[in-house]
Design a binder for this molecule. Structure first.
Ligand code: DC
Length: 224
């Protein structure tokens, strides 16, 4: 029987790095579902398509040549055969991803792709609707969060290391703007699933978060 872990949470909660580390610890794979919405956002920006034009974005998504390869050494996101894994990490693409992810048909297509990728493999998926929609029957469901200030601070530090010059206030306002958009969209807004374990990492170290999730996963595994 395969092990599926579902993890949701707001921007900057550290889901992706946490899921990566948990996957390594448990010897399972990690699918970063946000990368898929980011790839669509990047394509729309490149093609100069109005992000507010739902029909055009739906059509773009319908014909999107997206290939997601998940392996032990991480994930590669290929758009029209080009590896865009690094290019989809800019603030501009983040906002574009958040905007295109509001559309119902886009979500339907991405959810289907994610379910196919996760089927019968030991995997942890992170995103916004994994516990609620993508893997409602996951073995373990986690809602990872932290205060907006703490999430902005972590993101700002990461960005500074990459040489970005945005101020902390700018990063905090981007975090709040994306929270607002992700939590208030009409289709599958970000929310904690009733049966998800709440993990607030505001006062926890990265290692403590990994330990807690790995412990819960081992319990589920042995209960299987
Ligand atoms: O996790 P992330 O920051 O890479 O996600 C980028 C955007 O994609 C995020 O603002 C909301 C959207 N998203 C989503 O709606 N559902 C998911 N499962 C993953 C991401």
């Amino acid at each position: 029987m395969s092990l599926n872990i579902a993890m949701d949470g707001p921007v900057g909660a550290g889901k992706s790095s946490v899921a990566d580390a948990v996957a390594k610890r448990l010897g399972i794979l990690h699918l970063d579902t946000g990368a898929m919405y980011r790839a669509l956002g990047l394509k729309a920006l490149r093609d100069g398509i109005d992000l507010q034009d739902e029909e055009k974005i739906d059509a773009l998504c319908e014909g999107l040549k997206l290939d997601v390869r998940v392996g032990e050494n991480g994930q590669e996101t290929l758009l029209d055969g080009e590896n865009v894994s690094g290019l989809i990490r800019t603030p501009e693409v983040s906002m574009a991803a958040s905007t295109v992810s509001r559309y119902a048909r886009v979500r339907k297509r991405m959810v289907k792709l994610q379910q196919e990728l996760a089927a019968s493999r030991d995997m942890i998926l992170d995103g916004r609707d994994i516990c609620t929609t993508v893997l409602p029957d996951a073995d373990l469901k986690i809602y990872l969060t932290a205060s907006a200030e703490e999430r902005a601070l972590r993101r700002w530090k990461e960005m500074r290391e990459r040489g970005d010059t945005d101020s902390y206030e700018e990063v905090l306002s981007q975090v709040r703007e994306r929270d607002e958009q992700d939590m208030n969209r009409p289709v599958e807004p970000l929310r904690q699933a009733e049966d998800a374990v709440l993990l607030d990492s505001t006062n926890l170290t990265f290692e403590q978060v990994i330990d807690r999730i790995a412990e819960m996963a081992e319990e589920v595994r042995h209960g299987n």
